[in-house]
Design a protein around this ligand. Sequence first.
Ligand SMILES: [Zn+2]
Ligand SMILES: [Zn+2]
Length: 334
Amino acid sequence: MQTMRAVLFEAPNQPLKLVELPIPLPGPGQVLLKVLACGVCHTDLHIVDGELREPKLPLVLGHQIVGTVVQAGPGAMRFLTGERVGVPWLGGTDGTCRYCVREQENLCDRPTFTGYQVDGGFAEYTIADERFCFPLPAAYTDVEAAPLLCAGLIGYRAYRMAGKNAETLGIYGFGAAAHIIAQLAKHEGKRVYAFTRPGDSAAQKFAMHQGVDWAGDSTLAPPENLDAALIFAPVGPLVVAALKATNKGGAVICGGIHMSDIPAFPYNYLWNERVIRSVANLTRRDGEEFLALAPQVPIKTEVTTFPLEQVGEALIKLRNGQLVGAAVITLDPL
Ligand SMILES: [Zn+2]
Ligand SMILES: [Zn+2]
């Protein structure tokens, strides 16, 4: 039996382990991928910390996978051997529930999430349902493309919910998703204000480098009120801070899968048709739209790469806010 190196998550709050596992075999409709790169996401931290409670165990994490097709399972014929594809968080749906049939497959009642209910990309090989893979724009290298697959896609879905009419946009938490979406928002002519952890001058400098109009501590008010705010940090009090900074009719969009509690606030903050909403997962249509748009802007991703054996270190840096841009595990031999 052929084996591969993989990083295994066995139980919450335990260190990840580098192990040898059998190379999986692609089943019907699946492709076997040789992993080239895989992005690290806040959701991985929420799984490791036990905040997301339904992982398959043991589990290979990682849901921003760039890989090449090395073998097609029975009936899989969408991609050629050698073709480069991306695998996102949404790894499968039932296709039949009330949400799937009304084009809300992101809300499917029986979803399969990559690197959560099925093994993901922190390994030399992985398998994926070919219907949920995306062809990737050639303009991006493997490591540059990886953050587009969750930070980019979920960020894009959140950004779209802010509405076309939003002229001023606040972004709370300036990591992987924010740096991608800030470029898109500036491209579309919006005034963009970035908020970071108080005193995080490196993140503020990074935000300015991405073209935002202002960057400052999350405890500060923006230079002008916001038409919409995107919350990418898993910090509930930011929802209230953002709401206080919005104009009438403004929207506060929460992009994360998990967040600390939102404190109570006076109804007056919400009054005048302000909206708070969350963004869950992605649809394949989001992916197709965003991956077509990204090279036109063009969005450039800033990445810090780590080898497979340093997934744990990458997660610690993400937790501590020590990363600039996106963390990506690279499987390329150096
Ligand atoms: Zn993610
Ligand atoms: Zn469904």
